[in-house]
Design a binder for this molecule. Sequence first.
Ligand SMILES: C[S@@+](CC[C@H](N)C(=O)[O-])C[C@H]1O[C@@H](n2cnc3c(N)ncnc32)[C@H](O)[C@@H]1O
Length: 283
Amino acid sequence: MEQQNRGHMARQVTPAYDRNGAQLYVGDCVEVMAALPAESVDAIVTSPPYAMQRKATYGGIPEAEYPAWTVAWMNEARRILKPDGSVIINIRPHIKNGQISDYVLRTRLAIRGRGWTECEEMIWNKKSGAPMGSTKRPRRSWESLLWFAKHGRPYSDPKAGGRESAWSGTPSKFKDGHTHNLQLTSWAGRSRVADVVDMSVRLAADSDGTTDHPAPFPWQLAEWCGKLITPPGGTILDPFNGSASTGVAALRNGWNYIGIDAVPEYIEMSGRRLDHEAGKEAA
Ligand SMILES: C[S@@+](CC[C@H](N)C(=O)[O-])C[C@H]1O[C@@H](n2cnc3c(N)ncnc32)[C@H](O)[C@@H]1O
């Protein structure tokens, strides 16, 4: 840690919003994170801009630069995360020239190359997600939730946010070779929560009518991820705040929230959304 902080020159940043256990900052996330204290955040749940796919609205990062760009913000994330803290990144590649673009793969390897442990890849099954790519291919309706930690045993509570899967262990032999006799067993303390989270993308738009962002994820998705990696009463951060979906999840679960976005209008909108959310709680 000492080595990581050497030469770190923190500049003061002032939150544009600071109430209801939440702080919102306008600015580049690397610069704002650089001003936050070391080891002060438990968890990061975020959906960064995908390479050039929202160029017209809030900009994008060319595919060739995406791994280095990600490593830069992950470096700051590492400094502000507590030792047991971790990051969940929601991302998907797109089809380019008939092929799945490789920038997500390259980015994952680049993050690992900087010493992060990639704990798991989980799946957000969007159900109602828009079709992607050619009509001659199956419709892709899922996105990745990539979980990176400072080491291989980060804080986690896999049962906090999910239904336990119905069985665990290896089923015993089937005499007839078929699976219809499968005995489902649930072993207390041994079963696992599924690594696929089903969630309609429509939830994002319908959540409370206060969001007006081109690419929100449902706050329920942020909640699922947050419950996995945020201890009770902990602090969760989203460096690509958008409409503060992660913030809504934080307010609903008693976590402190820090949101950062480069676009001032999104931060203003997020403040209104969090006030609305806090009002609902108070009512
Ligand atoms: C995919 S959206 C996040 C949406 C968010 N998960 C939600 O539910 O509303 C990515 C956001 O990152 C912001 N952004 C892009 N580059 C940024 C940067 N360098 N620093 C901070 N925010 C940035 C964009 O303005 C955009 O709102």
